[in-house]
Every structure is written in structure tokens, then in C-alpha cells.
Design a protein around this ligand. Structure first.
Ligand SMILES: Nc1nc2c(c(=O)[nH]1)N[C@H]1C(S)=C(S)[C@@H](COP(=O)(O)OP(=O)(O)OC[C@H]3O[C@@H](n4cnc5c(=O)[nH]c(N)nc54)[C@H](O)[C@@H]3O)O[C@H]1N2
Ligand SMILES: Nc1nc2c(c(=O)[nH]1)N[C@H]1C(S)=C(S)[C@@H](COP(=O)(O)OP(=O)(O)OC[C@H]3O[C@@H](n4cnc5c(=O)[nH]c(N)nc54)[C@H](O)[C@@H]3O)O[C@H]1N2
Ligand code: SF4
Ligand SMILES: [Mo]
Length: 902
């Protein structure tokens, strides 16, 4: 077998790492970091390094599926009928209800070519601005922030600036988990230059804050007050660059007036931090010749998202730290092509080439270029508004591409209601069982990572060529191709006889057409082509005609994209978050990311080892909050917000301050009964960016005892088991699904209910688990409604089912894992005694290092034996591959080094 290598990029985060895909033309054998790619120089994180293992082929959407009535099941159809049906339904809806009765909801995980095709389809052909992207939940506050302060949506920095700076402020970003390869670069820089100062602003202690010289654990949502308070101190200490302010900015007098009120004492109080820490923070910034800031969702996902962005950029303008190496405001983008979406104008208010829908000249330029009479003037609906319009049936046909809104939007009850009632929903997806797929009237299978070609732009404006290595499975097709096929059919229905606007045969033709819309703009890529990307590697925009390479840094001439050429100070007072704690809802819920999972887990949720670090969704709280409520780790609680409730276990976590709670964002309704984490979150959004508040919701919790418990572990065809078993748990008060194991992956289910289900239900379960015949050990105590089943194959446990009570689950899982099925097990199984003879605590603790499968317990033992980081890496292997677990190992080392109190 001949193996080939195809250079492409990782499909996860906005770092945009280059990968080398090793394949035989049909199947991928391995993935390695591309040493030639300037973003990662060969490194990969735990997600990138496992790309070829995640995304189980058994979970893919393979064929178009259609249903002709909401109550009917979907059935397989051919592409031709699928495309014709899509075009006909969209044409009929437009004719009957007008162009604004249809909408597109697209994604920062599309390639720029896909984005461009959908954007042109919506605006030029249908004539609606109702095309918004999941980037609305992610980057839109940064877009508006840059536009307001600097005149255009142009992140000025590059990754090297992180290595060059003297003082790095990281606000609302857990880059150790969310942008790990950049964090590796930062760790290395800090090791080389320990005098470099790092400040982290995050209500939680994180792996990122463990690298910081100063961590300000501010109260959630108080960043604007903090940034104004820092400016107040800088002003007081005469640490401002007055010459820069005078020559290159406007609006300082007003801001000076505003920040006068942000006295250190007042700010320390609002933010819940000490005066010393606040002063220390201002001092570090004041003393640094080069000051750089990085931020992410802790700033953007807020009802004050743009105000937070602008208040932070103010600090750079006031200190003249912009437009030179190691300096500047640097927004980290979340998704791999969030930037491409902004560039191709794929948010409701944007047009391609950093143009605005609201600007008549911008509209006219694009209409001319596309050779249509005009572009729609009516502003498009943004994500939250859009789904509300769907719910109110103002939108009658919705096309969702590469996003899972039935998991990721806030206020999920309303989103599910909207999708259920929408007359026609297309879902264009790579994986068949996302929460949103359940609502598809037409499911279009999409080609995914390693199967399609195009371009993406990473956080530092660097455009990479994404290349296909293998064919897409089944009949899945590239997103741009699906869009263009439907568009051509729509043209026949809506404007017959006219030349096609969608005569694209290759993604490169889309790229070339889009390129024309950048000429003369700040993101001009007139000199860029696929050929140049192939010969010279990834390039940073702008790269105008005649340029030989991209532009590493912007605003070096200190001319900004505003009318006056000056950057603007933005004066906006701190506003308290719109949802507050009170006696009924005394905790503030924060949500975010885990190291090894990606969003709704359609890809990572098929890889058992991705659950090794964190197995289940738990609500984390400070241990004092647990004690106060007489709760212990693992107890179930009902979590209520002002919108809905969710049942899940609690976990003590000293990284949170009392009064706060945290939930990973990844568990939706497929993995956790009750619509997942976003059933609790609020749809309130920033007035300018329309980005919703996903980081702050007031909640209450109450202990819930579910007397009837169930535990299942089953090996084999995981996806088939998942699909067969999942529907049985719909009515359960609590049901959580995850994968476990490494070499022998298994599906695991933990569930609970107030009363025991009917015996027929258990029979159905056993039938689906194949526990009704064969080598199965069984014991039932019908009086107590307790029953145990264990299937043993070739001397090993294959399936476990405990019903009624589950005290033995950890012990049994331990036996499953070790491959033991001994006489002790048989004795216990056939006895009425429910308490197991072995350890009832969870002996299979968390896996710290997912590359080398090293448990936290092993690392703690190693530390107790006196090993330091290099020896741990050498002897246990942990942290020796991708390095994503190194911050956590260091934290364990540091905590073990603390003197033991008497
Ligand atoms: N492993 C992994 N990596 C990812 C992703 C993933 O799903 N998994 N997704 C990618 C995407 S799309 C994105 S957008 C990025 C997100 O990357 P990040 O924004 O870094 O990740 P989050 O965990 O959402 O939130 C970051 C931090 O904001 C803090 N925070 C909450 N409220 C506040 C506040 O009021 N002020 C401040 N200063 N901080 C606050 C949280 O405690 C959290 O630690 O990650 C990308 N990378
Ligand atoms: N509570 C809470 N909620 C959040 C956040 C938070 O911090 N807290 N963060 C928000 C943010 S920043 C983001 S970016 C969103 C992300 O939210 P979503 O957009 O819902 O995230 P994904 O689960 O990545 O959805 C992408 C979908 O596209 C599919 N897919 C993969 N490749 C392809 C392809 O090539 N083509 C097509 N057509 N489909 C493909 C995947 O299977 C997946 O189902 O979540 C938001 N929601
Ligand atoms: S940091 Fe990790 S997830 Fe992000 S692009 Fe690189 S390898 Fe992929
Ligand atoms: Mo995001």
C-alpha cells in the first residue's frame, strides 16, 4: 500500500494549525503537525493530534434524506430530487411570502468558498440579508469593537507578537484549552524570557491563569469597570503616551472625563478584587514598553461585549502600544474560519470585502460586481432574532449549514420550538445525529475535514489552502457545491433565461471571484492565488497585486481606517450585567470549553479517549456552596434558571469563587437529557453586536434524589448502540451518555428516575443490549426492583446493566477495564447483596494525558515518589507528545509542593 501525505489545516480552532495527513487515498492513517506551517511549526494539540481518530465514520450522514410531512420519518432520496425539492420549496416560499421569509444560518467552520457561495445565493439571487452565522455567538463583538475603535474589522497583530511582548494581558480566554498550540508558544516564550509579564483576567482559575504573574479573578461581567479603572490609574501615574494620543487618536477628552469616576477603590469593589492587585495590574502595563492583549469569549459573549472590546482597545491607544512588534489588541478567533466569514461578509449586517449592508455605496459596489440590479436594503436578522422570527413563523424556510443551533444557541426551549414549527428546514451536516438533524425536513450530507478544498483564515489573518486527501463518504458533497447546485435550480425558477451567477465548477473559481471584491480594501488579496499559497505557503492579508508576500502587522504607519485617519477612544460607562443574582437565583452560571471536546461533540463525542479527561457534564461549584447545601460530589441537583431547568451531578471545584457555577458547553440533548447546558442560558444580547450573553445566567440548585438508578456499559458498535438506546431514555429525569475506554471503547449510560420503569421497558433495554440470551449472568430481586446483568465474552466483561441501584458500578467498571471476570464477580452477581466486595469509589479516575493515556492518579503517585516534570514526562510519558496536559501537571506539582498544614 502506498501512503501519500497531503498538507492541509486542522478543522478545529482559530489557531489554524497546519497538518500533514497521511493516507492511502481512501483512508487516513495518521495526522502530524506541519513543521512548515507558520501557525504551529509542527505542533498539534490533543484535538488536532486525534483528528483521524475522531469523527467515527459510523456517525456520518451519507445520503440525502427527505420527509414530506412533519409527522413522517425521513427516507433516503437521490441528490437530484433533494436539490430540486430544496429549490422548489425556497422558490415557492419567496414567491408567496417574499424574500425575507427565508433565511440561512451558516458557520465559521465553513471554508471561505462555501461562505461566499451561500452569501451570494442569499443576497444576489434570493434578495434577502437573512444570512447569519454562528459567528454571531462568537466574534461579532470583536468585529464591532475593531470597527468602532480602529475604523475596520482588522486584527492588527500576529502570533510572533505573543512571543515578543513584555506584558501580555489575557482577558476572558482560556487559551490553554481553547487555543493550546498558541499557549505552547507562549509557555516557551515565557520560559525563554521569564521577565515577560502575563496577566490573566478570568473569574475562574484556569490552566491559562496558572502561567500568569497576576490573575485577577474579577466578578463576572465587570471587565469594562476594570479596564476603565486601569486607565484611571495609568492617567494618575502619568503613564500615558500623550504624544501618541495627540497625533493619532480622537475622543480622549471625553474618555478622561468618564474614567475620572473609576477610582481604584470603586473599581476594586465592583470587580471584587483587591486594591493591590488592581494597582499591580496597572503598574505592569505602565512599565511595559511592549503591551499586547489577547481576548476571547469572556469578553465577546456578553451584553456588554462591544463595550468590553472597546474599553480594552482604549488601553492600547492610551499607551501607544499598537502598530509595532509585541504590541496591540489581538482578538483570538474561535472557529477555524471565523475570519473568512467576516471577510466574505457572511454576517447579516456585512457584505463581502469588509463592506456594510447599511452603506448604500457598499451595496451598489457589490451589486455591480455581481451584475444584479440591486442588493436588498432591509437589514438581515441576526442569530437570536432569526430564530425568534422562525418561532413566530415569520421565517418559513430555513437552511442550516455546518452548525448545530439546537445545541449551541441560548434559551434552547424556544429554539426547539422554533425548529419544530418551521414549515421547511434544511440541515446540511456531516454527522447524522446532531440535535438539529432531528428537525430536518431535508438532510443534506456534507463532506467534512480532509474531504474538501478551499481556504481558511486564522486569527492572525493568515490564509491557508485547505486540501482534500480522501473522498467524502457515501454521497456526501462539498458545501459550496451543494449551494451552487441549488442556486442554479433556483435561478431556473426565479429568473429563467438569464446567465447564471453560479457557474462555478471548482472552489478556486469562487476564491478568484471573491478576491475581486477585496481590491483596494483593507483586506486586499489581489495578489493572492491558490498557486501562490501552494508555492509560498500560507499568507497574511493584505496581499495586494504586486506584493510578494503577506503583511505581518497592520497600522505601522499609525493611519487608521476612520474618516480622520485617527483611532477613536470609545467612552462607555460600565453597565452591570443584565441578569443578576438574587435570593431566588443566588448563583451565576458561567459556561465554556473543555480541553478535549469540540462544541456539540458531533466529532469528538465519537472518540472514547476524548472523554478521559472529563467524563460527564457536571455543574462545578465552590466546595463551600456544596457544604452549605449538604451536597457532595456526584449528587444530583435540579438546576433552574429563569427560563428552564436541567438535572445533573455537582462537583466541588476550588477554582471557582463562591457564588459562581460552571458548566461545560458541550453536552446537548443527545448526551444529556433535558436539552443540555443552553436550556439555562439567556438570549439577551449586546445592543450593537447582537452577540448573546452565554457566560452569565442566574441559577438556583436543589438536591434531587432519584431512588431508581440505572447504569449501563456496553462494548461493540458504539454508534449503533447509541442510536438504539438513546430513544429509550427520553422520559428519564436524568440520563447522561458518554464513551469510555481506550483500546476497547464502550458506551456508558448513567440514569435515574423517581419511580422504576415498567418491566417491559427493562425488557426492551435488555433486548437492545443483547442481554436476553448468551453468556449473561443475571440476578433479579423484583421486590426491590433491583436487577443486575453482566455479559461475559471470552473471559471478559462485555456488557453491564445495573437497574434499581448502582452502588457496584465503579467496581464493575474497574473489572471491565482490567479484563477480569473472576469467581468473586460471579459470587457477587448471583447474591442478593448489592454492596460489591471491591472498591466502590471511582477507581478509573480521570485521564490527564490523552495522547499517552496516563491517569491523574499515576501522575499524583509519581509526584509523591519525588518525580519532577521532566522525569514524569520521561517515565510516565505524560505531557511528552502534544503538551496540552502540561499546565495541569504543573499545577499538581505546585499543589503537592505546598507545605502541609499541621
Ligand atoms: N477545546 C476546545 N477548544 C476550542 C473550542 C472548543 O469547543 N473546544 N471552540 C473554539 C471556539 S469556537 C471558541 S469561540 C474559542 C473560545 O475560547 P475561550 O473564550 O478561551 O473559551 P471559553 O471556555 O468559552 O471561555 C473563556 C473564559 O472566559 C471566562 N469568562 C467568563 N465570564 C467572564 C467575564 O465576565 N470576564 C472575563 N474576563 N472572563 C470571563 C471563562 O471563565 C473562561 O475561562 O475556543 C475555540 N477552541
Ligand atoms: N453555553 C454556551 N453556548 C455556546 C458557547 C459558549 O461558550 N457557551 N459558545 C458559542 C460559540 S463561540 C460557538 S462558535 C458556537 C458553536 O456552535 P455550533 O455551530 O452549533 O458548533 P458545532 O457543534 O461545531 O457545529 C458545527 C456542525 O457542523 C458539522 N460539520 C462539521 N464539518 C462540516 C462540514 O464540512 N460541512 C457541514 N455542512 N457540516 C459540518 C458538525 O458535525 C457540527 O454538528 O456555540 C456557541 N454556544
Ligand atoms: S490548536 Fe489544536 S485545535 Fe487549534 S488548530 Fe491547532 S491542533 Fe487544531
Ligand atoms: Mo466560537
Amino acid at each position: 500500500m502506498t501512503l501519500h501525505t497531503t498538507a492541509s489545516t486542522c478543522c478545529y480552532c482559530g489557531v489554524g494549525c497546519g497538518v500533514l495527513i497521511e493516507h492511502d487515498g481512501q483512508r487516513i492513517h495518521n495526522v502530524q503537525g506541519d513543521p512548515q506551517h507558520p501557525a504551529n511549526l509542527g505542533r498539534l494539540c490533543s484535538k488536532g493530534a486525534n483528528l483521524h481518530r475522531s469523527g467515527d465514520p459510523a456517525a456520518r450522514a451519507l445520503y440525502p434524506e427527505l420527509r414530506l410531512g412533519k409527522s413522517l420519518p425521513r427516507s433516503r432520496c437521490d441528490w437530484d430530487s433533494a436539490l430540486q425539492h430544496a429549490a422548489q420549496r425556497f422558490a415557492d416560499t419567496v414567491r408567496e411570502h417574499g424574500p425575507d421569509s427565508v433565511a440561512f444560518y451558516v458557520s465559521g467552520q465553513l471554508l471561505s468558498e462555501d461562505y461566499y457561495a451561500f452569501n451570494k445565493l442569499a443576497r444576489a439571487l434570493i434578495g434577502t440579508n437573512n444570512i447569519d452565522s454562528n459567528s454571531r455567538l462568537c466574534m461579532s463583538s470583536a468585529v464591532v469593537g475593531y470597527q468602532r475603535s480602529l475604523g475596520s474589522d482588522t486584527p492588527p497583530c500576529n502570533y510572533e507578537d505573543i512571543e515578543l511582548t513584555d506584558c501580555l494581558l489575557i482577558a476572558g480566554s482560556n487559551m490553554a484549552h481553547a487555543h493550546p498550540v498558541l499557549f505552547r508558544r507562549l509557555e516557551a516564550a515565557k520560559a525563554r524570557r521569564p521577565e515577560m509579564r502575563i496577566i490573566v483576567i478570568d473569574p475562574r482559575r484556569t490552566d491559562t491563569s496558572s502561567l500568569a504573574d497576576l490573575h485577577l479573578a474579577i466578578l463576572p461581567g465587570t471587565d469594562v469597570a476594570l479596564f476603565h479603572g486601569i486607565l484611571h490609574l495609568l492617567f494618575w501615574e502619568d503613564a500615558l503616551d500623550q504624544a501618541f494620543i495627540a497625533a493619532h487618536t480622537e475622543g480622549f477628552a471625553e474618555l478622561k472625563q468618564l474614567v475620572r469616576d473609576y477610582t481604584p477603590a470603586a473599581v476594586a469593589d465592583i470587580c471584587g478584587i483587591s486594591l493591590d492587585d488592581l494597582q499591580h495590574c496597572a503598574q505592569l502595563i505602565a512599565q511595559a514598553p511592549r503591551f499586547l492583549s489577547l481576548w476571547c469569549m469572556g469578553l465577546n459573549q456578553s451584553t456588554a461585549g462591544t463595550a468590553k472590546n472597546n474599553a480594552l482597545i482604549n488601553l492600547h491607544l492610551a499607551t501607544g502600544t499598537l502598530g509595532r512588534p509585541g504590541c496591540g489588541p489581538f482578538s483570538l478567533t474561535g472557529q477555524p474560519n471565523a475570519m473568512g466569514g467576516r471577510e466574505t461578509g457572511s454576517l447579516a449586517n456585512l457584505l463581502p470585502g469588509h463592506r456594510q449592508v447599511a452603506n448604500p455605496q457598499d451595496r451598489a459596489e457589490v451589486a455591480d460586481y455581481w451584475q444584479v440590479a440591486q442588493l436588498p436594503e432591509q437589514p438581515g436578522l441576526t442569530a437570536i432574532e432569526l430564530f425568534e422570527a422562525v418561532r413566530q413563523q415569520r421565517i418559513k424556510a430555513l437552511w442550516i449549514v455546518c452548525s448545530n443551533p439546537a445545541q449551541s444557541l441560548p434559551d434552547q426551549q424556544k429554539v426547539h420550538q422554533a425548529l419544530a414549527e418551521c414549515p421547511f428546514v434544511i440541515v446540511q451536516e456531516a454527522f447524522a445525529h446532531t440535535e438539529t438533524c432531528a428537525y430536518a425536513d431535508l438532510l443534506l450530507p456534507a463532506a467534512s475535514w480532509a474531504e474538501k478544498e478551499g481556504t481558511v483564515t486564522n486569527s492572525e489573518r493568515r490564509i491557508s489552502h485547505v486540501r482534500a486527501a480522501i473522498p467524502a463518504p457515501g454521497e456526501a458533497r462539498a458545501d459550496w457545491a451543494i449551494a451552487c447546485d441549488v442556486a442554479r435550480r433556483l435561478e431556473n425558477l426565479l429568473r429563467p433565461g438569464q446567465p447564471s451567477l453560479f457557474a462555478f465548477q471548482q472552489p478556486e473559481e469562487l476564491f478568484n471571484e471573491y478576491r475581486g471584491l477585496t481590491l483596494g480594501r483593507d483586506l486586499d488579496i489581489g495578489g493572492l492565488s491558490y498557486a501562490l499559497l501552494d508555492s509560498q505557503g500560507p499568507q497574511q492579508w493584505p496581499l495586494p497585486v504586486g506584493a510578494r508576500q503577506g503583511t505581518p502587522r497592520l497600522y505601522e504607519d499609525l493611519r487608521f481606517a476612520t474618516a480622520s485617519g485617527r483611532a477613536r477612544f470609545i467612552s462607555e460607562a460600565y453597565r452591570a450585567p443584565c441578569e443578576q443574582r438574587d435570593a431566588r437565583f443566588p448563583l451565576l452560571l458561567n459556561t465554556g470549553r473543555l480541553r478535549d471536546h469540540w462544541h456539540g461533540m458531533s466529532r469528538t463525542g465519537t472518540l472514547a479517549s476524548a472523554f478521559g479527561h472529563v467524563e460527564q457534564a457536571c455543574l462545578s461549584l465552590h466546595p463551600d456552596e456544596l457544604r452549605r447545601r449538604q451536597l457532595k460530589d456526584g449528587d444530583l441537583v435540579k438546576v433552574r434558571s429563569r427560563r428552564a431547568s436541567l438535572v445533573l451531578p455537582v462537583l466541588g471545584d476550588t477554582n471557582l469563587r463562591p457564588g459562581q457555577a460552571w458548566l461545560p458547553m458541550h453536552w446537548g440533548d443527545r448526551f444529556l437529557n433535558g436539552l443540555g447546558c443552553n436550556v439555562l442560558t439567556q438570549p439577551a444580547y449586546d445592543p450593537l453586536s447582537k452577540q448573546p450573553e452565554l457566560k452569565l445566567s442566574a441559577i438556583q440548585i436543589s438536591k434531587l434524589v432519584l431512588p431508581w438508578e440505572l447504569y449501563v456499559l456496553v462494548e461493540g458498535d458504539i454508534q449503533a448502540h447509541f442510536n438504539a438506546l438513546r430513544p429509550l431514555f427520553d422520559g428519564f429525569t436524568y440520563a447522561s451518555f458518554n464513551l469510555t475506554g481506550h483500546e476497547r471503547p464502550a458506551l456508558q449510560i448513567n440514569a435515574g428516575s423517581l419511580v422504576a420503569p415498567q418491566s417491559e421497558w427493562l425488557e426492551q433495554l435488555d433486548q437492545r443490549l443483547q442481554l436476553q440470551q448468551g453468556p449473561v449472568l443475571a440476578y433479579d430481586d423484583p421486590r426491590r426492583r433491583v436487577g443486575k446483568r453482566v455479559r461475559i465474552e471470552q473471559g471478559r466483561i462485555h456488557t453491564i446493566r445495573l437497574a434499581g441501584e448502582t452502588a457496584a458500578r465503579h467496581w464493575l467498571k474497574g473489572l471491565w477495564h482490567s479484563g477480569e471476570a473472576d469467581a468473586q464477580l460471579r459470587r457477587w452477581l448471583l447474591a442478593p447483596l448489592s454492596t460489591p466486595p471491591g472498591n466502590t469509589a471511582c477507581t478509573l479516575g480521570k485521564t490527564l494525558c490523552s495522547c499517552r493515556n496516563v491517569s491523574e492518579a499515576a501522575v499524583i503517585q509519581g509526584i509523591a515518589d519525588g518525580l519532577k516534570l521532566p522525569e514524569l514526562q520521561e517515565q510516565l510519558g505524560c505531557g511528552s507528545q502534544c503538551g496540552s496536559c502540561v499546565p495541569e501537571i504543573k499545577r499538581l506539582l505546585a499543589s503537592q509542593a505546598l507545605p502541609v498544614s499541621a
